[in-house]
Design a protein around this ligand. Structure first.
Ligand code: ZN
Length: 416
C-alpha cells in the first residue's frame, strides 16, 4: 500500500513539475475567402498570466470579427523575456489590415515568486514616474514630430500611472507603448519611447546583464542513399513547431523518413530543442515567414524583415541557413517571386489536415492522392496530423516509398 501511494505521489510530482516547465505557443492560422487570421501567443503554465493573455486575444478576435470588410487580416505576434528567472514580460504585437493598417502593442508582466501580475506601479514609484515624464516627452517629440498633436501629448504624458499601461523591459531598456491617435494623427505604426535602464530606478530587484548568448549547435545530418528506381515523396509541414512536432519527428525516424518543416520564425526560440533535434534527425528546415503575415499584402520592407529575421533566428539556432521558402496562406504573385531569393516551394498534394479532426479521413484521402515525386502539404500543429501519419507512413513504406526532403527532391528533378 505504501509503495502504491509513493508511486502515485511520484507521478503527481513528476507531471506537476513538467507542467510547470512546459512553455508552449498556441497558433491559430486560417484563411477563408479573403479573411486571413494568424494568431500566436505563448502559454507559460502560470494561470493568472495565461488567462490575462487569452482574455486579450479573445477580445481582439471578437473586435476583428465585427469589422465589416470582405478582405481583412488579423495578425498577432508575441515576444517575451524572463528576467532573473522571476519576472516574465510578454508583449503582443497586434496588426489589423482592414482597408488601412492598424498596429497596437499589449503587454503583460508577471512575478513568478509572488504569483502576481505586475503593473507599472509595482516596478517604479511615483517620484520615478515624475522624473520620467519629461524624458518620455522629449523622446516622443523627437521621434514623431511630424505627427504630434501637442495638446493631446501634454494631456497624456503626465505623472499618472493610468497613462502607461503598455510597457516592456529587459535588462537594458525600458519601453513605453502608446496607441496610434492617442496624441498623433495620420500615424498608423507602433508608437514607442525607449529609455535606457541606466537612466531609471526600478523598485524591483532586477540584476543587470543576465542575458547570455546561446551556443550554436552544428548538427550532424544523416544522409541515406536514395534509390531512384523506387517511388519517393517529400512530406512538408507548415506553421510549426508546436507541441506535436516532437512526436512527429520521432514517428518519421521510426520509418526512416525525412521531411521538410517550414517553420514560423517567432516560434523558433521557444522550440529550440525540437528544432535542433529535427535537424539532427536529417529533416530540412524551410522559412515560412516570421509571424505568418499575408505577404502579398505587406510592404517590401516588411517582406524583407519577415524573411531575414526568420533566416537569422534559424541560423542562430541550428547553424544552418534555409534555402527554401513557403508562402503564407499559399499566396504568391510575381512581385514576391522577384523579391524572394529563396526557392519558393508549393505542393502537389494538399491533405487539408487542418480542416478536419478526423485522422482516418485525412490519411485515406492522402493515400489515394499520393504518387511518385509528390510534395505533400501538412501541418505539424495538429494532433490529427500525427494520427494520420501513423496510418500513412507504414502503408506508404510498404508500397516502397522513400521519404525525402524537398531539396533532395529538387536535386533529383533537376538532373532528370
Ligand atoms: Zn502557413
Amino acid at each position: 500500500m505504501k509503495k502504491v501511494l509513493f508511486l502515485i505521489l511520484s507521478i503527481l510530482l513528476i507531471t506537476g513539475c513538467n507542467q510547470e516547465k512546459e512553455k508552449q505557443v498556441t497558433s491559430i492560422i486560417k484563411k477563408e475567402n479573403n479573411i486571413a487570421i494568424a494568431i500566436h501567443y505563448p502559454n507559460f503554465q502560470y494561470q493568472k498570466l495565461d488567462q490575462q493573455i487569452k482574455k486579450e486575444i479573445d477580445s481582439i478576435s471578437q473586435e476583428f470579427q465585427q469589422m465589416s470588410s470582405k478582405e481583412k487580416e488579423l495578425n498577432i505576434d508575441y515576444d517575451y523575456n524572463i528576467l532573473n528567472d522571476r519576472y516574465i514580460n510578454v508583449q503582443l504585437f497586434i496588426y489589423i489590415h482592414n482597408k488601412k493598417e492598424y498596429h497596437q502593442v499589449k503587454t503583460f508582466h508577471y512575478d513568478i515568486k509572488k504569483k502576481k501580475l505586475l503593473t507599472l506601479k509595482d516596478i517604479i514609484n511615483e517620484e520615478e514616474l515624475k522624473k520620467l515624464v519629461p524624458k518620455i516627452k522629449t523622446i516622443l517629440t523627437k521621434q514623431y514630430s511630424n505627427y504630434l498633436v501637442l495638446d493631446k501629448l501634454n494631456e497624456t504624458i503626465t505623472p499618472d500611472f493610468s497613462h502607461y499601461l503598455q510597457f516592456y523591459f529587459d535588462d537594458n531598456d525600458f519601453t513605453f507603448y502608446f496607441d496610434a491617435n492617442q496624441f498623433t494623427k495620420e500615424y498608423h505604426d507602433i508608437i514607442r519611447a525607449k529609455i535606457s535602464l541606466d537612466l531609471m530606478n526600478l523598485t524591483i530587484p532586477l540584476e543587470r546583464g543576465m542575458f547570455q548568448e546561446e551556443d550554436v549547435i552544428l548538427p550532424t545530418r544523416k544522409q541515406e542513399p536514395i534509390d531512384q528506381n523506387k517511388p519517393m515523396i517529400a512530406l512538408t509541414f507548415d506553421d510549426g513547431p508546436s507541441k506535436y512536432t516532437n512526436s512527429i519527428i520521432e514517428l518519421l525516424k521510426k520509418y526512416d523518413a525525412r521531411a521538410t518543416f517550414f517553420v514560423i520564425g517567432n516560434k523558433v526560440k521557444l522550440y529550440q530543442e525540437t528544432i535542433q533535434k529535427l535537424v539532427r534527425y536529417g529533416n530540412e528546415i524551410g522559412n515560412h515567414s516570421y509571424n505568418h503575415k499575408w505577404l502579398t499584402k505587406v510592404s517590401d520592407d516588411e517582406l524583407v524583415n519577415q524573411i531575414n529575421t526568420t533566416q537569422n533566428i534559424i541560423q542562430e539556432t541550428t547553424g544552418l541557413v534555409p534555402k527554401l521558402f513557403r508562402p503564407t496562406y499559399g499566396s504568391i504573385n510575381q512581385h514576391l517571386r522577384e523579391k524572394i531569393s529563396l526557392d519558393i516551394v508549393m505542393w502537389t498534394v494538399d491533405t487539408s489536415d487542418w480542416k478536419t479532426t478526423n485522422s482516418k479521413k485525412i490519411a485515406s484521402y492522402a493515400l489515394k492522392a499520393i504518387k511518385n515525386k509528390d510534395i505533400i502539404l501538412m501541418h505539424d500543429t495538429h494532433k490529427q496530423t500525427y494520427e494520420a501519419l501513423k496510418i500513412m507512413l507504414p502503408k506508404l513504406k510498404e508500397q516502397g516509398y522513400q521519404f525525402i526532403t524537398v531539396s533532395e527532391l529538387n536535386e533529383i528533378l533537376a538532373t532528370h
